[in-house]
Design a protein around this ligand. Structure first.
Ligand SMILES: [Zn+2]
Length: 353
């Protein structure tokens, strides 16, 4: 009996002392037990209150939502190593082709964004194409551990398809990917840089959080990705509430040419505001970055919040009108649409003839 007690005491002591392996008193966002935001770490409780409200209150019927899906010219994408392009695949999943490098952001090709395959938010708009239709992917960028951004079945399929693909993830996510047999993984801290051919890829701060299970709240880092070439600066914010982080990013890394910013999952505001911007705040981020063009993502694919599926385009238009901004500076793409980015490049090909 004594031995059992001793064992329990020792075990409890050991587990109690187990420190957060990323804790670093010199880095404000590396807390003693978890990662922290730069500007707002006030508790974002209210999840159960929100769920109760959803159960007990009746919401007005939604307008129908049947967005047009473009038949993506995947043959063009497969052969293209010259032109800079952006393809919106749905939700936050986007393909960027820059300087001959193919980058996939937060790839989710599963039907549900959930810990289990049989329940949880279901894809409401079909995929424009399958993983097998993608061009060879050089680098996959994952913004954080939430299921609608870090989709293990998709990541496994991408690694099996091409063992050369490099997976870049925020700190605390590398072990999860390696446990799935994905070998070419590198985890990064905010402001860390990785070179991929001619690209510089930087992980940037965001106002968000992470969790995949009951016990891993904020144990992995979250963020956005800033991808630089001499011709184009492309920025993807990941999920975020509004914060000064975006002014910091512009000051540190320069003005953005093309930004991918979230415009969905924002109601009810009392619960969502700290973690998800609404279109009005997304437009403010667009201005903070001095972006030439922003494209709205994180909408129109899965139902994750209370606003109608068709509302983000309406609210985005209102937000642009309120600031007298041309609708062309902050656009939404159709699922599967390819946008060529030449007009947003800094230096045009000035090759002497
Ligand atoms: Zn998230």
């Amino acid at each position: 009996m004594k031995w059992v007690l001793l064992f329990i005491l020792v075990f409890a002591g050991v587990s109690g002392c187990q420190s957060f392996r990323y804790y670093d008193p010199n880095k404000a966002h590396h807390g003693e037990n978890q990662f922290l935001n730069n500007y707002d770490n006030s508790p974002k409780d209210g999840f159960w209150k929100w769920q109760w409200e959803r159960l007990t209150s009746s919401r007005p019927p939604e307008p129908p939502f049947h967005p047009e899906i473009v038949k993506t010219d995947t043959q063009f994408l497969q052969g293209n190593r010259q032109e800079s392009t952006l393809t919106w695949i749905g939700h936050s999943t986007s393909l960027i082709q820059l300087s001959g490098v193919n980058i996939l952001m937060d790839p989710v090709f599963s039907d549900r964004v959930s810990p289990v395959s049989f329940m949880g938010p279901k894809r409401l708009v079909p995929l424009p194409f399958e993983i097998s239709d993608l061009p060879a992917i050089d680098v996959v960028l994952v913004s954080h551990s939430h299921y609608d951004h870090l989709d293990l079945p998709t990541l496994r399929a991408l690694a099996q398809r091409n063992s050369q693909t490099l997976f870049l993830v925020p700190l605390g996510n590398e072990a999860l990917l390696k446990s799935q047999g994905i070998k070419n993984v590198k985890e990064m801290d905010w402001w860390d840089e990785t070179k991929v051919k001619d690209l510089t890829v930087v992980l940037t701060p965001a106002q968000h959080w992470s969790q995949r299970s009951l016990f891993d709240h904020n144990k992995s880092l979250w963020g956005g990705w800033y991808v630089k070439t001499s011709r184009l600066h492309v920025f993807y914010s990941g999920d975020t509430g509004y914060s000064r982080d975006f002014q910091d990013i512009r000051i540190k890394l320069g003005e953005v040419d093309v930004a991918l910013l979230p415009v969905g999952t924002y109601e009810p505001r009392w619960f969502m505001k700290k973690q998800h911007v609404n279109p009005e705040e997304a437009v403010q981020i667009h201005e903070d970055l001095k972006a030439k063009l922003s494209i709205g993502v994180h909408w129109g694919t899965f139902r994750l919040s209370d606003e109608a599926m068709s509302l983000p385009p309406v609210d985005l238009q209102k937000a642009l009108e309120a600031k007298n901004l041309d609708a062309r500076v902050f656009r939404l793409l159709k699922h599967g649409e390819i946008l060529k980015l030449k007009n947003y490049e800094r230096v045009y090909a000035e090759v002497p003839h």
